[in-house]
Design a protein. Structure first.
Length: 101
């Protein structure tokens, strides 16, 4: 929340060394990478978060946005389809933000 994303990345990486299966830490790491404009790293971390928590609609949504920002438009559709099964309203929001443009 302080805008110190480099420190956030370091803190989350340390947390993941202690507990590598912590989906929340992966999610937070992804958000920090995204804030730094490191979308490829954000995508990888969000992919780990959804692997660990496959029913987390918010993580799928953020993964879709990160994919769009990383220029991986074709993969956004796959995320959209998965999200449609978890949270149709959030899937529609992803469609409007990342598929239509």
């Amino acid at each position: 929340g302080l805008g110190q994303y480099d420190k956030a990345v370091s803190a989350e990486e340390n947390a993941l060394r202690l507990k590598p299966d912590d989906a929340d830490a992966w999610y937070n790491l992804s958000a920090a990478y995204g804030s730094l404009g490191q979308y490829d790293k954000a995508v990888s971390a969000f992919q780990e978060a959804v692997r660990l928590e496959p029913d987390d609609a918010n993580a799928w949504f953020k993964l879709g946005l990160a994919l769009k920002l990383d220029g991986r438009d074709s993969e956004v559709i796959t995320v959209y389809k998965k999200l449609k099964t978890l949270d149709p309203a959030l899937a529609d929001k992803l469609f409007k933000l990342a598929v239509l443009p």
